[in-house]
Design a protein around this ligand. Structure first.
Ligand code: SUG
Length: 439
């Protein structure tokens, strides 16, 4: 099956801030209360998209969500007009206001799980938005994510959309951050990594930080997508307790290449053997030993949150600039490029604003494997081009605050500007009415 991988990057929203909302995510916890730079953050994201597109990779943009989510605040008892709701939330419960205002939909690796049409008995590309039930500020993303995905991938002869898996303890789902599609010449595997088995209290589980993805939800997605080549492996609970809150913080794979830390899974050797048995000897696994990079170094540099891209020049790694600055992480990358691994080039990219909240290059994109005809069926308004890039840069310059603190979030002009900005964006991307305020 001849597929291309569309990189659907989340555009950072104008309320991007550091509220320390994600227990278990070391960067989010340690940057709580710092000043953010929404304009710079959005421009860093656009720089990354432009760079990836320049490599000859299919690139597209996913709009941000409407924030603050005033309907969330209303549903929790704040009333009056929008300004009164914001003022009361700011006064009574600033953490809740920050949760309602987070720009976290930028991390589209958590927006959905996507599997290719060739693997499904329905012969269509399969989408299940993640329920993100583990964190309140993220649990409000699925309705808008689902609406946007349905608008972007609208052709029902190519694309099938499922509802998110039920948001219950047993079914924590964080989307593609815990799913990797691998393939060799004639075989494919959907590799799902989970943090715990919710129904089995005796099973190994992290003690300090939450396991966001459950086996039960990964299994449900494989059923919904009607795929018979799913393989499930458990993440190392110790790694989760050290800040590896998603599998994409400790492993990245595409095509026949999997880069992984030796402590990524509960049993890494057995997991890699099982994958090789399924995919054959063409599967290339590059395992980084703890001696070369410890788990804290992995979390600090986000080495495995690099984008691994198949390009006309071969396999290219797009890593966060933190890796370049860290001698040991940099040595790992140099080793991959110099060895006979399929990686031919490495590039470093500055996504510092997102990194401060625990989101590297790979968190900012959702990968959508498509055949050429499926790619042609994608909404054209969001596909990368020079004119779109110029229009998006001008749009960001026009609407985004230069800096922001969590305490600024009660400002009603922010909420109004966010809606005006999104109206201008939906016009620019030719998306019609997708947001709650446009209904
Ligand atoms: O869910 N950070 C996000 C980062 C998500 C990264 N995604 C992947 N690894 N795929 C999270 O923890 C921080 C928000 C704050 O603290 O203000 C936050 O939500």
């Amino acid at each position: 099956m001849n597929t291309v991988e569309l990189q659907l990057d989340g555009l950072v929203g104008p309320t991007h801030n550091y509220a320390g909302l994600s227990v278990g995510n070391v960067a989010s916890m340690s940057n709580e209360g710092s000043v953010s730079h929404p304009r710079a953050a959005a421009l860093q994201g656009l720089d990354k998209m432009a760079f990836v597109a320049s490599l000859g990779v299919e690139q597209a943009v996913m709009p941000p969500q409407e924030r603050p989510d005033i309907n969330l605040l209303r549903s929790l008892g704040f009333c009056g007009d929008d300004e009164a709701v914001l003022a009361a939330a700011h006064l009574e419960d600033p953490v809740l206001l920050a949760q309602a205002s987070s720009a976290s939909s930028m991390w589209t690796a958590n927006a959905a799980t996507v599997t290719p049409s060739c693997d499904s008995s329905s012969s269509r590309v399969q989408f299940t938005p993640a329920n993100l039930r583990c964190k309140l500020h993220r649990s409000i993303e699925p309705p808008q994510a689902a609406a946007l995905l349905k608008r972007i991938f609208a052709d029902s002869s190519c694309f099938e959309h499922h509802d998110p898996v039920i948001a219950a303890d047993q079914f924590g789902d964080e989307g593609a951050a815990n799913h990797t599609w691998l393939r060799t010449a004639d075989r494919t595997v959907n590799f799902f990594v989970y943090g715990c088995v919710s129904r089995d209290p005796a099973a190994p589980a992290p003690q300090r930080f939450p396991a966001r993805q459950t086996l039960e939800s990964s299994q449900a997605i494989a059923r919904l997508h009607r795929i018979d080549n799913a393989f499930f492996a458990q993440q190392s609970p110790d790694a989760i307790d050290a800040g590896v809150f998603h599998n994409d913080v400790i492993s990245v794979g595409t095509e026949n290449l999997l880069l992984v830390h030796e402590q990524a899974f509960l049993n890494t050797a057995a997991t890699l053997k099982a994958l090789t048995d399924m995919l054959g000897d063409d599967l290339v696994t590059c395992v980084v030993p703890t001696d070369a990079l410890t788990i804290p170094e992995t979390v600090m540099t986000y080495l495995f949150n690099s984008q691994l891209l198949k390009t006309p020049q071969g396999m290219v790694l797009v890593a966060p600039s933190q890796v370049r600055e860290h001698a040991r992480a940099r040595a790992v990358v140099d080793g991959w490029v110099q060895s006979d691994s399929p990686i031919t080039q490495a590039h470093y990219i500055d996504v510092q604003e997102s990194m401060h909240n625990g989101g590297g290059p790979a968190c900012l994109r959702l990968r959508v494997p498509l055949t050429r005809p499926e790619l042609e069926a994608v909404h054209t308004g969001i596909r990368w081009s020079d004119p779109l890039e110029a229009a998006l840069r001008a749009w960001v310059e026009r609407w985004y605050p230069e800096s922001l603190k969590p305490d600024d979030l009660g400002d009603p002009t922010l909420a109004r500007a966010n809606r005006d900005a999104l109206q201008a964006l939906t016009d620019l991307l030719d998306l019609g009415s997708v947001y709650p305020f446009q209904q």
